[in-house]
Write a protein that binds this ligand. Structure first.
Ligand SMILES: [Zn+2]
Ligand SMILES: [Zn+2]
Length: 366
């Protein structure tokens, strides 16, 4: 079938809207009619070449849609099912999956790196050439053929544009607070970077009962949004931020500090906000070749914990339905995250808005 898709043909930051040819799903694959896909920074890194990927490629790694057809051997999904996309599919039967850490399952990692399907082919062609897909998804298109493991069935009463962001920014941010750090009630929290992920760390910390919850960001609009998501003390990111965090935490520093931007320089600032015995969780993904400089002696003397959080340490099968239930119960904000929706044809405008910092989350709707 012929579909419209946003293609990256060179790492120049330009998406081209093109008509491409999509094959039917093969063994273990499904055809999804995409309803919405989130505008996320990880795709932008691919678009500008700081995270190099094979091209031509269809990016887009967060999304939701409705199953239109299933290939042979698909058992968990049927046409009509509403699904959220999972950009880190898990095999369900390896050391990590069996150990309750499916976010670390590496079974599909080599396959996803190729941007192709299990048989080494692409299901998409453009001008006769195979097109790669990002994260096994390629969500910036009207339809996608995906592995069954990349789709999570969800309840049908959740608007699909909200389910699209739940699968990435929300699972990553809320999961970092709830799963990775396991923030305790009454604990003090400081979050550096209040974008899509940071706002969700804030709302995760709020759900955990933390207080105070301090948000640090250079962008004033993001700070006022941070308050809506549960931040008790929004602080501009200036030289005084660390001393103000100390003043708010009994002169000690925060129990839990999070860095959501993936910037080594900001990680080093966030480190200084920790109390002795505190825990710094690095949530934002820094550029592949970057290095963080943290004062080694202080880590030892103050018994500090530095840890990474990948995909919010989440088990998507368990956590995404749980997040959607919290949303349905009025306890989790999703709609407030979406600053603006775009049509696929407006994708370059959407990324210009992302880069200029005016979006908490932008979503492309089909
Ligand atoms: Zn994302
Ligand atoms: Zn596994």
């Amino acid at each position: 079938m012929q579909i419209r898709a946003a293609i990256l043909s060179a790492p120049n930051g330009r998406f081209q809207i093109e008509t491409v040819e999509l094959d039917p799903p093969a063994d273990g694959e499904v055809l999804v009619k995409i309803a919405a896909s989130g505008v996320c920074r990880s795709d932008w890194r691919v678009a500008i070449g700081t995270a190099p990927k094979p091209m031509p490629m269809i990016a887009g790694h967060e999304g939701a849609g409705i199953i239109e057809a299933v290939g042979p051997g698909v058992s968990r999904l049927a046409p009509g099912d509403h699904v959220a996309f999972i950009w880190a599919p898990a095999c369900g039967d390896c050391f990590y999956c069996n150990g309750g850490k499916p976010n670390l399952c590496g079974t599909f990692t080599p396959l996803l790196a190729t941007g192709l399907q299990a048989d080494g082919k692409s299901r998409i062609r453009w001008k006769g050439e195979p097109v790669h897909i990002l994260a096994g998804l390629g969500a910036f298109a009207e339809y996608a053929v995906l592995r069954e493991e990349s789709c999570l069935p969800i309840r049908r009463d959740i608007p699909l544009e909200l389910a699209a962001v739940a699968g990435c920014a929300v699972a990553t941010g809320v999961g970092a607070a709830m799963n990775t750090a396991a923030v305790r009630p009454g604990a003090s929290v400081a979050v550096f970077g209040a974008g899509g992920v940071g706002l969700n760390i804030i709302q995760g910390a709020s759900l955990c009962g933390a207080h105070p919850i301090i948000a640090v960001d250079a962008n004033e609009a993001k700070l006022s949004l941070a308050k809506e998501f549960g931040a008790t003390h929004p602080l501009p990111s200036d030289d005084a931020a660390i001393s103000r965090i100390r003043a708010l935490t009994g002169s000690r520093g925060a129990d839990y500090v999070f860095e959501a931007a993936g910037m080594p320089a900001l990680q080093e600032v966030a480190f200084r906000a920790l109390r002795p015995g505190g825990q710094l969780t690095l949530v934002g993904t820094a550029p592949d070749d970057s290095i963080t400089g943290l004062p080694a002696a202080k880590i030892t003397r103050s018994e500090l914990t530095i840890r990474g959080s990948f995909y919010g340490s989440c088990n998507p099968q368990r956590d995404i339905p749980r997040l959607l239930n919290l949303y349905a119960a009025g306890k989790l904000k999703l709609g407030e995250l979406i600053t603006r929706t775009y049509r696929l044809e407006q994708i370059n405008e959407a990324y210009a808005d992302l880069v200029s910092g005016v979006l908490a989350r932008g979503v492309i709707v089909y």
